[in-house]
Design a protein around this ligand. Structure first.
Ligand SMILES: Nc1ncnc2c1ncn2[C@@H]1O[C@H](COP(=O)(O)OP(=O)(O)OP(=O)(O)O)[C@@H](O)[C@H]1O
Ligand SMILES: Nc1nc2c(ncn2[C@@H]2O[C@H](COP(=O)(O)O)[C@@H](O)[C@H]2O)c(=O)[nH]1
Length: 198
C-alpha cells in the first residue's frame, strides 16, 4: 500500500498519480466554471474537487456543492493541519483544495479536475508535475470585463480586484501545458475534451 504524504514541503513531490489530475486555471470571469460544468455534464465519471473558501456564498450557491464555505479561522486551522493540497488568497478571500478527497480519488484511478486560480495552479505544477494544466484565456480583455460584469454577482470592488489581477494571470499563461481561448464556447469545450481524453 502506497503511503500518501500528509504535508507538502518546499521540495516534496506528491506520489505519482494512478489516475490523472487536471487543472483548469485562468482569470476570474473567463468561463472556467461554465466550461467545467459542461464537461462534468458530458462526463459524469470525472471527479470535480469542491474547494473550501472564506468567500460568502453568491445567490444560488450551495454549501458542499459549489464550495465548502468556512470561516477564516476554520481555514487557517486546516492550513496548519496540512489539509490542503494547495491554497491561495485571491481578491481578499482564501481558497483551498481539500487534500484527502483528491488523493483518494486519484488513488482509485479517477480523473480529478481542479478549477483554481494562478497561485494554486503553480503549487500543483510543482507538487504534481504530471498533472495536465490548462490555462483558459479570454478572446480580449474587454470581453473578460464584459463577462465578469454580465455575471452580475460581484460587487464593484470585487470586480476591480479581479480585473486588476487578471493582467498578471494572463501573462503567466505560458507556464501551463496548454492555452485555450474561450471565445466560441463549443470550440473551447472541444479543445478541453481533446486534451483530457486523447
Ligand atoms: N465562450 C463564452 N462566451 C460568452 N460568455 C461566456 C463564455 N463562457 C462563459 N461565459 C460567461 O461568462 C461569465 C463568467 O463565467 P464563469 O463564471 O464560468 O467564469 P469563471 O472563470 O469560472 O470565473 P471565476 O473564476 O470568478 O469563478 C458567465 O456569465 C458565463 O456564462
Ligand atoms: N487556489 C485556489 N483557487 C481556487 C480554488 N477554488 C476556486 N478558486 C479560484 O478562485 C477564484 C475566485 O473564485 P470565485 O468563485 O470567488 O469567483 C477563481 O479563479 C477560482 O478558480 C481553490 O481551491 N484553490
Amino acid at each position: 500500500m502506497q503511503v500518501l504524504p500528509t504535508h507538502i514541503g518546499a521540495n516534496t513531490k506528491e506520489c505519482p498519480p494512478l489516475g490523472k489530475l487536471i487543472v483548469l486555471t485562468g482569470p476570474s470571469g473567463v468561463g472556467k466554471g461554465t466550461l467545467m460544468n459542461a464537461i462534468l455534464q458530458r462526463y459524469p465519471e470525472l471527479h470535480y474537487s469542491v474547494s473550501a473558501t472564506t468567500r460568502s456564498p453568491r445567490p444560488g450557491e450551495v454549501n458542499g456543492k459549489n464550495y465548502h464555505f468556512i470561516t477564516r479561522s476554520e481555514f487557517e486551522k486546516l492550513v496548519t493541519q496540512g489539509e490542503f493540497l494547495e491554497w491561495a488568497e485571491f481578491a481578499g478571500n482564501f481558497y483551498g483544495t481539500p487534500r484527502e478527497a483528491v488523493l483518494n480519488h486519484i488513488q482509485s484511478g479517477k480523473l480529478v479536475v481542479l478549477e483554481i486560480e494562478l497561485e494554486g495552479a503553480r503549487q500543483i505544477r510543482h507538487t504534481f508535475p504530471s498533472a495536465l494544466s490548462i490555462f483558459i484565456l479570454p478572446p480580449s480583455f474587454a470581453e473578460l470585463e464584459k463577462r465578469i460584469r454580465g455575471r452580475g454577482q460581484d460587487t464593484e470592488e470585487a470586480i476591480s480586484r479581479r480585473l486588476n489581477r487578471a493582467e498578471e494571470e494572463i501573462a503567466a499563461a505560458d507556464e501551463f501545458n496548454l492555452q485555450i481561448i474561450n471565445g466560441d464556447f463549443e470550440e473551447a469545450l472541444q479543445e478541453i475534451e481533446k486534451a483530457i481524453f486523447h
